[in-house]
Write a protein that binds this ligand. Structure first.
Ligand SMILES: O=C(O)C[C@H]1C=CC(=O)O1
Ligand SMILES: [Mn+2]
Length: 391
């Protein structure tokens, strides 16, 4: 193992911590957890969530947990649960055996050498290392990331059944419960006229001024954006997410420049280089951050810094994680100096059964940072067993 000269091994306490947190074993299970309803996107439609559930066991007997999410196989991004399990078992886990979990940056470098990209798989392991190190030190994971500057987040719920009447009922129920009063509507799986009619029905039924994000998930062309973005503005949409294909940088910049509603970058920004390129090209003025895109909590923070340095505002994205992955995100989001648009992290509430003993707390339209060491949640072994794919 390579550690920098400034590693904690230079002090007795640091040496002890490295020894105590040496990784003994990493295992990965595929989870298929049913959702309460169909969740439709432009490129996929799901009735259950596919997660990779990672367990890391340390020499000191502490166990850490992490989760990586997908949406309907390798459709939203290139990783599937099957690919993640194969690459964790064959490449990522062997690269980390004996490595101190407390040296998260060095662990990321080891994973980088072992496998290119694979950001969701890497982020699930990184999350488990943070959980295990936090539990060892008896501190919340955010302390390992610089410490929280907020403990609650304005939360966004996604409406994605495609049935306007059902979506109105669902949104009003979320408001009634005091969980969510900001909504994201998924567009792009129907033609634009149908999408706009659905949006108009929602807008008419929700309380005046309800903030709405429209996520097109790369489905439109530049020409369709030119035609339809003004209608989204007229329908009160406050943020337009990833309207065209990731990588179409020049077209995205033209769309963002002519749109009167801010454009949010999502699928187009995963790596540090993409964060730098897309922010400099002004393909959006808001960025959605997700551990599954960036590969680790520390990298998420660097991506956030690159974007913020160029004036881009930040939004805490999700991929319908359970309370395990959602807690991992909140631990990182809590430490960002600015998070102008709050966070989604609605995944725990769309699962028929959450994967933890006590789910994240949603109250006063906020999702709250869990308390306690590590991620601050405890996976429920019975529920995990129930939804784990039988090998
Ligand atoms: O943002 C995405 O593209 C992915 C995901 C997050 C919420 C949702 O409904 O889909
Ligand atoms: Mn999105």
């Amino acid at each position: 193992m390579t550690v920098s000269p400034a590693s904690p091994q230079e002090t007795a306490a640091g040496r002890d911590l490295c020894r105590a947190t040496a990784i003994r074993r990493i295992s990965a299970r595929i989870i298929e957890a049913p959702t309460t309803r169909q969740h439709k996107l432009s490129n996929t439609s799901v009735r259950h969530q596919g997660y990779i559930f990672v367990t890391v066991e340390l020499e000191n007997g502490v166990t850490g947990f992490g989760e990586g999410s997908t949406l309907g196989g390798p459709r939203w991004a290139e990783e599937s649960v099957e690919a993640m399990k194969a690459n964790i078992d064959a490449y990522l886990a062997p690269a980390l055996i004996g490595h101190p979990a407390c040296l998260a940056e060095a662990a990321s470098l080891q994973m980088e050498r072992a496998a290119k990209r694979n950001y969701t798989a890497k982020s699930a392991i990184d999350m488990a290392l943070l959980d295990a190190t936090g539990k060892t030190l008896e501190v919340p994971a955010h302390v390992l990331l610089g410490g929280a500057v907020r403990t609650s987040f304005e939360a966004v719920w996604a409406l994605a059944s495609g049935d306007a009447a059902q979506e109105v009922e669902e949104a009003l129920e979320m408001i009634r419960r005091g969980w969510f009063r900001r909504f994201k509507i998924k567009l792009g799986f129907a033609d634009p006229q149908t999408d706009l009619a659905r949006l108009a029905a929602l807008q008419a039924a929700l309380p005046a001024g309800t903030p709405l994000v429209a996520d097109v998930n790369q489905a439109w062309s530049e020409a369709e954006c030119i035609r339809h973005l003004p209608a989204l503005r007229d329908l009160g949409v406050s943020l337009i997410e990833q309207p065209i294909a990731a990588g179409q940088t020049a077209a995205s910049a033209r769309i963002a420049a002519r749109s009167e509603v801010p454009v949010m970058m999502d699928e187009s920004v995963s790596t540090l280089a993409e964060a730098a390129r897309e922010s400099a090209a002004a393909t959006g003025s808001v960025l959605s951050l997700k551990l599954c895109k960036h590969g680790s909590a520390h990298t998420l923070k660097r991506v956030a810094g690159i974007a913020a340095a160029q004036g881009v505002q930040l939004y805490g994205g999700c991929l319908l994680e359970s309370s395990i992955g959602a807690a991992g995100h909140l631990q990182a989001f809590a430490t960002l100096p600015r998070l102008e648009w709050g966070t989604e992290q609605f995944g725990p509430k769309i699962l028929v059964e959450d994967l933890v003993t006590e789910g994240l707390r949603y109250a006063d339209f906020q999702v709250h940072l869990p308390q306690g060491p590590g991620l601050g949640i405890t996976p429920n072994p019975e529920v995990i067993d129930k939804y784990a794919r039988k090998e």
